[in-house]
Design a protein around this ligand. Structure first.
Ligand SMILES: Nc1nc2c(ncn2[C@@H]2O[C@H](COP(=O)(O)OP(=O)(O)OP(=O)(O)O)[C@@H](O)[C@H]2O)c(=O)[nH]1
Ligand SMILES: [Zn+2]
Length: 212
């Protein structure tokens, strides 16, 4: 079986999607050719001949998040941290996603904080979790909640704080055409949700980087 079709099958399983029949690679490429014709292009001209193949490859990469489980990334933890149980923040985690309404890019940064309960996770794993959810069709609200939910469920810390700031190309390139408008979303769990002081500490550390 074609590797891409196999991958799509894996993707369907991991995302618990309804049992839909996945199109073949040839059907995907034909769909791209249809789009090219629809915008007034000639898919037979030299520069576009390989474009359906490139688009299929790019989609496989940009939407690889359906085939990945955040629990796999967050499963390996470290307990030998000298009793450290205070706030850990990973900020300015850049990501590229696509909005589920228009399938155009969302470009932004995620900031994640958590209050460990006996164990910490490798810092890169927080960024991996961001990518898993970013590499799916998204709304910013859902993505924020999914990142916080995955960290809370798998790591079981005393609290998780996630802030995402992003620019939506569907607001910049088309429609209302507002460049530079930024959307901010937050999800707080546990101690961050229940204790406003923890929220304030997280926010001010983000702002100052701990310098004052
Ligand atoms: N809440 C939320 N809205 C989003 C996100 N990404 C895009 N949108 C909005 O989704 C809405 C879709 O609105 P519709 O009226 O169904 O579609 P549309 O006619 O293309 O809307 P316009 O963008 O206003 O032209 C738009 O207001 C987008 O700005 C997101 O992550 N969260
Ligand atoms: Zn959109």
């Amino acid at each position: 079986m074609d590797a891409i079709v196999k991958k799509f099958e894996d993707i369907a399983g991991a995302a618990s999607l309804p049992d839909v029949e996945r199109p073949s690679r040839a059907e995907v490429e034909a769909a791209v050719r249809t789009l090219l014709l629809w915008i007034g292009e000639n898919p037979e001209r030299e520069g576009l001949l390989a474009t359906p193949d490139r688009v299929a490859k790019a989609y496989t990469e940009m939407f690889s998040g359906y085939g990945r489980d955040p629990a796999d990334e967050l499963g390996r933890t470290f307990e030998e941290v000298a009793g450290f149980d205070d706030l850990v923040i990973e900020k300015d985690i850049t990501f590229h996603s696509h909005c589920e309404h228009h399938m155009v890019p969302i470009i932004g940064k995620a900031h994640i904080g958590y209050l460990p309960d006996g164990k910490v996770v490798g810092l890169s794993k927080l960024a991996r979790v961001v990518d898993i959810f970013a590499q799916r069709l998204q709304t910013q609200e859902a993505m924020t909640a999914q990142i916080a939910g995955a960290i809370q469920d798998v790591l079981n810390p005393r609290g998780v704080a996630v802030i995402i700031e992003a620019e939506h190309m569907c607001m910049a390139m088309r429609g209302i055409r507002k460049q530079g408008a930024t959307t901010l979303t937050t999800t707080f769990t546990g101690a961050f949700r229940d204790n406003p002081e923890e929220q304030v500490r997280f926010m001010s550390l983000l702002r100052t980087g701990g310098r004052g």
